[in-house]
Write a protein that binds this ligand. Structure first.
Ligand SMILES: [Zn+2]
Length: 378
């Protein structure tokens, strides 16, 4: 409660007591006064005086997909340094309260050998650079989770935990897998869930389904239910869709709608490697969820122009608490388009698309506004 709210309540309380005292003293003299005092008391503690509002901002970026040219560019005498690649867009990631990224190429660390497509393994230093750039949460369920087996998953999970990164989508035991990842900012608790359509044909080791969350409606429904019980806003990441398609398919649309109906508030899509537009989803119970079908590549060495374009989704979550409980509202969705540049397969940097090609930036803004007329651009 803010100080002035507390003070007003305090004075109203004193006023009520004084009115009550007057009423008692005049009890015998006039019935009219008693009625007036009774009418005034409830007005002094109107429920609206007790309501309060908080906001928190969330940003999300797409695939962090470290091809060999990218890690070779980051190589130093003692390891790897990916920080220069993120330097230019760091202020855009840092300005929100919570930032989510898709860790597409697992950070199994160089001790098991770094590797590129089709079986990725990235250095721990990718994790350090994401953390330094302002990323708070990573999603780990995607088609490359099992690329380098259980050892890479264990290394990645242990490293994320070591640097204090919230992670979701992959776990090392059934018990751990049952934990819902949460993150609280400004009194608003977010929960994070992450699922993938598949793992490039690599089967999950028998009895170890917890290693990677697969898209399974029954599981998603159950997990959202549990997540809702312990958070204000549910952020669901879905690794789905058709690669290189700039619009979502029916399956993506149906799954997003299903998830929103179950209680997902923000749905973050990835996998197509290109941007797919966002939209509001109105649910049967009168809520408005927000989905972006694909966040594209944030960093990679895919070379087609649309695969170099990614971006940062921003959205604000407003929480209102009153005597009946609390509710959240999503507002002010915005997008900052980014571009991965390099010279001769070296000097990889993420820059704002507006700095690289203003005309293309306009085209992307139009594309992303396909279904969302209130999307702002920064
Ligand atoms: Zn993928």
């Amino acid at each position: 409660m803010r100080p002035f709210q507390f003070l007003s309540l305090f004075f109203l309380l004193i006023l009520s007591i004084l009115l009550g005292a007057c009423t008692a003293a005049e009890e015998n003299s006039s019935n009219e006064n008693i009625e007036m005092a009774i009418r005034k008391t409830p007005a002094a503690i109107m429920p609206k005086d007790l309501s309060k509002t908080a906001t928190a901002s969330l940003s999300a970026i797409g695939d962090v997909l470290i091809h060999d040219s990218v890690y070779l560019d980051a190589e130093t005498e003692s390891g790897y340094d990916f920080n220069p690649m993120f330097a230019k867009i760091k202020p855009y990631l840092e300005k929100s309260d919570i930032t989510v990224a898709n860790s597409e190429s697992i950070i199994g660390g160089s001790e098991i050998g770094v590797s590129t497509y089709p079986s990725f393994n990235s250095p721990f230093e990718v994790g350090d650079a994401l953390k330094t750039a302002g990323v708070d949460v990573v999603t780990m369920a995607n088609n490359h989770t099992l690329d380098r087996g259980e050892k890479a998953i264990a290394n990645a999970i242990n490293y994320w935990d070591k640097i204090g990164m919230t992670r979701t989508g992959s776990a090392l035991s059934i018990e751990e897998s049952a934990n819902i990842a949460t993150h609280t900012e400004n009194g608003i608790t977010f929960s994070f869930l992450s699922y993938t359509y598949g793992t490039n044909g690599i089967p999950t080791p028998s009895g170890k389904d917890y290693l990677v969350n697969r898209i399974d409606k029954a599981k998603i429904k159950e997990d959202i239910k549990r997540a809702k019980a312990q958070s204000d806003a549910v952020v669901l990441s879905l690794h789905f869709g058709q690669e290189y398609e700039r619009l979502p398919n029916d399956e993506q649309k149906k799954l997003a709608k299903f998830s929103a109906e179950q209680g997902a508030d923000i749905i973050l899509g990835s996998h197509p490697h290109v941007l797919q537009p966002p939209e509001w989803i109105e649910t049967a119970d009168g809520r408005k969820s927000f989905v972006i079908y694909s966040l594209g590549n944030f960093i990679s060495h895919q070379q087609d122009v649309y695969r170099r374009i990614g971006g940062i989704l921003h959205i604000t979550i407003e929480k209102t608490v009153d005597k009946d409980g609390s509710e959240i509202r999503l507002k002010d969705p915005a997008f900052t388009a980014t571009y991965v540049k390099n010279t001769g397969n070296r000097n990889f940097k993420i820059d704002l698309l507006a700095n690289i090609d203003p005309g293309r930036n306009k085209e992307i803004q139009k594309h992303l506004s396909t279904w969302t007329k209130d999307l702002n651009f920064e």
